[in-house]
Design a binder for this molecule. Structure first.
Ligand code: AMP
Ligand code: GLY
Length: 437
């Protein structure tokens, strides 16, 4: 764009909702924008508390919708970015919009793509979007009968329909494991109401990747495809976690695969949501299984991924806030959305014992030289900064990101920074991104 045609820069106050490393990354990207005067993070974490300058924390929970709305009014918030899924499920976008405020995210009805697996599976079936074959069960005896049918093959995937913080999925290797999962969901009710409905679906072979779109309902722009590492242990072993590391761009998502993802998944998803009367706006997370170059949907999320955000946002070269504002204004097609020609990797440092029991309140030491490391960003997750002390306060504690001219360079750089951060019991995987090298 020629210099004299630059749009007038608006000075905005931004509110970010959530407390993870994803929200620290959102705050970092917002603070970089020349359009932004103030960034508030509710509730934020130790990292957002330490940013200073334009950024400050607000002691309000992500689910305290009425208080958040009052805060937004009182502080002249021009744009709210919803990081986590719970406020979306509770209808924060509907509430803010009805009060005349600009907010990035889907309405409660549209957020069902994430908050109800039954809705999302039935939607994909109606719209002909590729996904695993499935059945829905609303009581235990019918579910048990279904796995006793001779044609049942394993592994079998059993999912609670509602939100379970990423823990509501069982991959059963045999009938006994399937029975145990069904019992835990329907009888022991380990996820409560979230498992009133249960989806049982075929196991998909292949490799996983995540593609993120920002959309105004019609037009969409894509971030670089990323790959998460969900298991706690090296070599993708052990329990599922919220995500132990990520990298982007994921070479698995070739231009040909991406074209199929757009044509067969993203475009029909946005069109389907419009046609069915609940246009989808905000960030759309498409969790993919790619088998021999053919993508299918493992899950949708109604937000950006964590830890994927910590790699895809630093790779965005264009002004993030300008794009978000355009998505709210319905002019997303008119703004630049350019990526750096680099790679990024992020390594999650967790508390020992995560994803099961872990201790908090451990004192954290970050070597001074980390702040000076080139192309390196330390995003905090479960940290708190009080009375001048930084301590651990959650399972995932940091997400350490580095950029590089190659994936190898970004991974090595990220690990060099990780080694300079310490607290008792700190744990991280040592093979993030290795699959792609
Ligand atoms: P979800 O919460 O639906 O993303 O599921 C969590 C994880 O379970 C996914 O990231 C996959 O690794 C795995 N998963 C879920 N559904 C399937 C499936 N149909 N086939 C294979 N793996 C699956
Ligand atoms: N990285 C997985 C998620 O955000 O759900």
């Amino acid at each position: 764009m020629p210099e004299n045609h630059k749009p007038t820069v608006r000075v905005m106050n931004v509110l970010i909702i959530g407390s993870g490393a994803r929200e620290h990354a959102l705050a970092w990207a917002a603070a970089k924008s020349e359009r932004v005067a103030m960034v508030f993070v509710a509730p934020g974490n130790g990292g957002t508390a330490l940013m200073g300058g334009k950024v400050s924390n607000v002691q309000l929970k992500a689910t305290a919708l009425d208080e958040l709305l009052a805060f937004a009014h009182d502080n002249n918030i021009d744009l709210t970015i919803v990081g986590s899924e719970q406020p979306l499920e509770l209808g924060i976008v509907d509430l803010f919009r009805s009060a005349g405020l600009h907010v990035v995210g889907p309405t409660q009805t549209a957020a069902r793509l994430e908050s109800s697996k039954v809705f999302s599976k039935e939607f994909m079936q109606r719209q002909g979007i590729p996904t695993a074959c499935y059945h829905v069960y609303r009581d235990m005896s019918t579910a048990v009968r279904s796995i006793e049918l001779p044609e049942t093959s394993y592994p079998l995937v059993i999912k609670a329909s509602g939100l379970c913080a990423g823990k509501g999925v069982f991959i059963a290797l045999d009938r006994q494991e399937a029975l145990k999962a069904i019992r835990e969901l329907f009888e022991e009710r380990i996820f409560g109401d979230a498992a009133d409905e249960v989806v049982i679906e075929d196991f998909l072979q292949g490799q996983e990747a995540s593609v993120f779109a920002l959309t105004d309902g019609t037009c969409y722009r894509l971030f670089l495809p990323a790959q998460d590492h969900k298991r706690i242990g090296n070599g993708d072993t052990g329990k599922n976690t919220g995500g132990m590391g990520a990298y982007a761009p994921a070479p698995l998502v070739t231009p040909e695969v991406l074209q199929k993802v757009e044509k067969q998944i993203i475009q029909p998803t946005l069109k389907g949501m419009r046609d069915e009367g609940y246009p989808y706006t905000g960030f759309l997370y498409v969790g993919l299984m790619i088998d021999n170059g053919e993508p299918s949907v493992v899950e949708y999320n109604a937000r950006l991924g964590d830890p994927e955000t910590q790699v895809v946002l630093p790779l965005l070269q264009s002004d993030f806030i300008a794009a978000l504002q355009a998505s709210v204004d319905g002019t997303l097609g008119d703004v630049p959305f350019e990526m750096h020609r680099k790679s990024a990797a992020t390594i999650v440092i967790a508390s020992g014992g995560y994803p099961d029991h872990y201790e908090t309140g451990r004192k954290i030491t970050i070597a001074d030289e980390v702040a000076a490391m080139e192309d390196c960003l330390v995003f905090h997750a479960g940290t708190s900064f009080e009375e001048g002390k930084l301590t651990t306060s959650g399972g995932r504690v940091f997400s350490v990101t580095a950029l590089g001219h190659s994936l190898r360079e970004s991974i090595d750089r990220a690990y060099r920074a990780v080694e300079k951060i310490s607290f008792e019991g700190a744990y991280y995987r040592t093979d993030i991104g290795a699959k792609a090298l």
